[in-house]
Design a protein around this ligand. Structure first.
Ligand code: OGA
Ligand code: NI
Length: 376
């Protein structure tokens, strides 16, 4: 069944390609954007092409959007009495207005983040067979390994992206053997970086408690044992950036995501009806809130839609680390944030169920909305 699907997918890509161009090393996955680009195509296969309406809303990866910029926050200010108040206010406003911010002086050596990114980037330069030796289970969107975005029957346009996904926590699903073994330093470096991201997100969650008027430790405790996973997004250069997306618009379902991007650009965040580029800043990390925080904060903090556009000039690699609630907990508005004038905006639901519905629908738009409690 799976083989049939892969065979059909490969046949379709070949039909879509211009005549006279053969795609080398298509491999058992059927296709991958790195080899599609390297094969020298001038047009992307039809299955990657977005609708004309969607294309109208595209903006290039390198424009600055009129006066709008994702906040950049110096977390060093949290340790400096004279700057602490202003730093907290900047975080609060970013969480309320944007759901996204970039951070500098975040307590992780920038060289560690840079090195982890470099090793992840090198994985994608391995021969296709070596990457596919670590292919993930094509039936399971949360299995570790190399592959592509999962498609659903209602959400079947391909993204211009190859990926590697794996867990770091809990240990029961870490499966370190399934992580890249080349480059040789990958596993050890990723573990070291993951431990730092865990500490960083602990700190941020404590700050969120303070901003929301919750007792310190509330968010961490309410989300239970952390699930931490990473997604390496490889966006090949693309011959037709105006017709495809690198990653379709979505909000993240988890608690908080920490992203290392390179200097290529392409990540865009929705602000009202406008898409705003997250301009790369050397050494900065991009932080965004997931649906679970929007729910826990009863809507005071936002999880915002974002997407990635491609470009003709350079491949881009982003390394997104996702901190999730445990699949054993229920997520719901913090009781302290619900009262007569702030009724619960979301029901309390099991995170396992929420995440499963996210994957059933496929990465697509703001998943949380249908869950909001509607009132007459
Ligand atoms: C993600 C994501 C953004 C990027 O992986 O969920 O939003 O820049 N990635 O690749
Ligand atoms: Ni995302």
């Amino acid at each position: 069944m799976v083989k049939e699907f892969a065979k059909e997918a490969m046949a379709q890509v070949q039909r879509d390609l211009q005549p006279n161009i053969s795609v080398p090393r298509l491999g058992s996955l059927g296709y991958n954007v790195k080899d599609l680009f390297d094969s020298g195509i001038n047009h992307v296969p039809e299955k990657f092409v977005q609708t004309a309406t969607a294309q109208e809303a595209f903006i290039p990866h390198n424009v600055t959007s009129k006066g709008l910029q994702i906040p950049v926050i110096d977390l060093g200010g949290l340790q400096d009495e004279s700057r602490r108040g202003a730093t907290l206010a900047a975080i609060e406003s970013a969480c309320q207005e944007w759901g996204f911010f970039q951070i500098i002086n975040y307590g992780i050596p920038p060289s560690l983040a840079e090195n982890t990114h470099k090793l992840a980037r090198e994985f994608f330069d391995l021969p296709q067979e070596e990457k596919e030796a670590l292919a993930r289970d094509p039936q399971n969107p949360v299995s570790n390994g190399y592959g592509r975005q999962f498609l659903t029957s209602t959400n079947s346009t391909e993204d211009w992206q190859d990926l590697f996904f794996h867990h770091l926590l809990p240990l029961s699903i870490k499966q370190k053997d399934s992580w890249p073994s080349k480059p040789a330093a990958y596993r050890e470096t990723m573990e070291e970086y993951g431990a730092e991201v865990l500490k960083l997100t602990d700190r941020l969650l404590d700050v969120f408690d303070e901003l929301l008027g919750l007792k310190t430790g509330y968010l961490r405790e309410s989300f239970g044992d952390t699930m931490l996973n990473v997604r390496l997004n490889f966006y090949a250069a693309c011959p037709e950036p105006k017709r495809v997306l690198g990653l379709r618009a979505h909000s993240d379902p988890n608690v908080i995501s920490v992203l290392i991007q390179d200097q290529v650009g392409g990540l865009q965040v929705k602000k009202g009806n406008q898409w705003v580029n997250v301009t790369p800043i050397p050494g900065a990390l991009v932080v965004n809130l997931g649906d679970s925080i929007q729910i826990a904060s009863n809507g005071r903090f936002q999880s915002v839609e974002h997407r990635v556009v491609t470009n003709q000039g350079a491949a881009r690699l982003s390394l997104a680390m996702f901190r999730h609630p445990s699949v054993d907990v229920d997520i719901g508005p913090a009781p302290e944030l619900v009262d007569a004038s702030h009724p619960a905006l979301y029901p309390t639901i099991s995170y396992a169920a929420y995440r499963a519905s996210f994957h059933r629908k496929g990465v697509n738009g703001k998943h949380l909305l249908p869950y909001a409690i509607s009132r007459p």
